[in-house]
Design a protein around this ligand. Structure first.
Ligand code: NAG
Ligand code: NAG
Ligand code: NAG
Ligand code: NAG
Ligand code: NAG
Ligand code: NAG
Ligand code: NAG
Ligand code: NAG
Length: 490
């Protein structure tokens, strides 16, 4: 009985094989069915299109395609390809081939072809591909690095489609081999949103590139550091939106400075840092990136900071570093309006400037109003190493009170001192000065002791003048002073 069944199976298998052979002999009839080749790594989905799984080299591919088919194959799809060395030399047996697709595959380097008859590919499609297993995106996806070397062997491409890949390096801006490239199409996936991708926007403008709005930014990270390092980054934000900010920031960055788009906070606004330290600025630049959030202008010669309060570009600062400049004055009204008009906390470093006074009234008003309304925009200051005018009694008591009650908002309050050339308190800490005795009951021009002294001096002077006058009268006219004549005793 079992012999019969075996015989039946054998006949079925033989029939199958003969059908395969039969269909292969008449390929122009489009009769190849995918089911026939399920045993091998390659099968034809159409007479012109071959799909292969798990390839390591292209040489294998040719061997798995029946000879009769080879001449007409125009599209080759590689699924689950594994790391290997690819070269167009191995495709000489497929002379009509113009499109190669890598799907869910390791995409490694292409060696430069040596055979002149190697087919030149015009379309390359990468979907869900990678070539670096060590780097992870926040979605735990492996990344794809498309360096010049990786693409070297693919000269002549006219269309390059990158679908759902997380691309690290992609620098096509000045590679000769991509001169014929007419379309770079990026769909979904992610890119590292840095300056070196700005050329893509230029390409989009001239219709040479197409990038979907579902393409995201990603930040390379590994292990547990992911959440921490990506918190304020561009991670998972729209590539096109982020690059718009990167481009704008590059355009508006003052020439002496460095500008960096760091990412996004919770809001839709980017975090932009502007670094202009030690470049000899004497005033704040009028044009800076629109949404700058941190300005580092330390160690310059800036004297006037009204621009900070009035220029729209400075509206979104949350960190203002102006330490080691020549600032001597802060306009109270402008400062008040600036702080009131902003939605954020702000830190202002004014240490090591030429400040002798501060708009205390306005600063107190800001703290008071913030306290009353539980608002969040408390300004924090660094004020050390300024030549405060400690002889000004309409400033000193108020200043000391401010520093005392807002010491949490003035972290360096211990280093706020009166300058050494101040008569009364050489280099004394502000909070330790006995302001009461120095500035008792308001700000009189002269102390009462001074007034007494001056009065006595004047009296003495009058007395001397009177004596001299009397002496002169007596010598000249022999007349005694009137008061002596009238005295009863004489
Ligand atoms: C890649 O494979 C997936 C799943 O099999 C399929 O949906 C997708 O269309 C393929 N992509 C290309 C470019 O062939
Ligand atoms: C993957 O990326 C890391 C870090 O950039 C690099 O050190 C490593 O060589 C890369 N691996 C491969 C196979 O390219
Ligand atoms: C892109 O590649 C070209 C040459 O291959 C190089 O000169 C250029 O500096 C690269 N650009 C970036 C941003 O890496
Ligand atoms: C860009 O892609 C979109 C959506 O895939 C498509 O509608 C549009 O025609 C493409 N543009 C170009 C220039 O290819
Ligand atoms: C992306 O673009 C499509 C059409 O091109 C639009 O319908 C969709 O709202 C856009 N999505 C976002 C997040 O901008
Ligand atoms: C982007 O890629 C460059 C080099 O390819 C790397 O130096 C940089 O750290 C990456 N930036 C991010 C945010 O991943
Ligand atoms: C500031 O100006 C002084 C003299 O005007 C100069 O000596 C000094 O180098 C300048 N500082 C900076 C940081 O440019
Ligand atoms: C003294 O302080 C008050 C209040 O801050 C200020 O208006 C005035 O100009 C100061 N006087 C001097 C001489 O600095």
């Amino acid at each position: 009985m079992w012999q019969l069944r075996l015989l039946g199976k054998l006949i079925l298998v033989l029939l199958g094989v003969s059908t395969w052979a039969h269909t292969l002999s008449i390929p122009e009839e489009n009769s190849i069915q995918p089911t026939h080749s399920s045993s091998g790594p390659c099968h034809a989905v159409e007479p012109t299109e071959i799909v292969c799984r798990g390839m390591q080299s292209l040489e294998e591919v040719s061997n798995h395609i029946p000879e009769e088919l080879r001449a007409q194959v125009t599209k080759l799809t590689l699924e689950n390809a594994v790391q290997g060395v690819w070269t167009r030399d191995d495709l000489v047996k497929l002379p009509s081939l113009h499109t190669v697709v890598f799907n869910h595959s390791y995409f490694s380097e292409w060696e430069l072809p040596t055979r002149p008859d190697a087919p030149s590919l015009s379309r390359l499609i990468l979907e869900d591909c990678w070539n670096n297993n060590t780097l992870k995106t926040s979605k735990m996806r492996s990344t794809l690095s498309l360096t010049t070397e990786t693409l070297a062997g693919l000269g002549g491409l006219e269309e390059f489609h990158i679908i759902d890949c997380y691309v690290l390096d992609l620098n096509l801006s000045s590679i000769d081999t991509v001169k014929p490239l007419q379309l770079l199409n990026i769909v979904g996936g992610g890119l590292n949103c840095t300056k070196d991708k700005l050329w893509m926007l230029d390409w989009m403008e001239v219709g040479r590139a197409n990038i979907t709005n579902t393409t995201r930014c990603f930040v390379v990270s590994s292990g547990e550091m992911i959440l921490f390092s990506t918190r304020y980054s561009f991670n998972d934000h729209q590539f096109l939106l982020c690059m718009k900010y990167v481009k704008e920031t590059e355009r508006d960055c003052p020439s002496q400075c460095q500008c960096n788009v760091q990412g996004f906070k919770e809001s839709q606004y980017p975090i932009i840092h502007l670094l202009c330290e030690r470049v000899g600025l004497t005033q704040l630049p009028e044009v800076i990136p629109r949404c700058t959030t941190r300005m580092q202008f330390g160690w310059n010669n800036i004297t006037d900071i009204n621009t900070l309060f009035t220029n729209e570009n400075y509206r979104r600062m949350d960190s203002i570093l102006l330490n080691n400049n020549q600032i001597s004055y802060i306009n109270g009204d402008l400062f008040y309006n600036y702080i009131k008009g902003r939605p954020l906390d702000v830190y202002i470093n004014l240490a090591n400037n030429k400040l002798t006074t501060l708009p205390i009234k306005e600063i107190n008003r800001i703290y008071e109003e913030a306290r009353q309304t539980s608002q969040l925009f408390y300004p924090t200051f660094n004020l050390a190493d300024n030549p405060w005018n400690c002889d000004n009694c309409s400033f000193l008591p108020e200043f000391q009170k401010l520093v005392y009650y807002q010491s949490t908002m003035i972290p360096d309050y211990h280093d706020i001192r009166c300058p050494s050339d101040s008569e009364h308190h050489p280099k004394k800490r502000l909070i330790l000065i006995d302001v009461k005795s120095q500035c008792s009951s308001g700000p009189p021009l002269l102390s009462s002791l001074d007034i007494l002294n001056i009065t006595l001096a004047l009296l003495l002077l009058l007395l001397i003048i009177n004596f001299l006058h009397n002496f002169y009268q007596y010598r000249r006219h022999g007349k005694l002073p009137w008061i002596i004549i009238r005295m009863p005793c004489c």
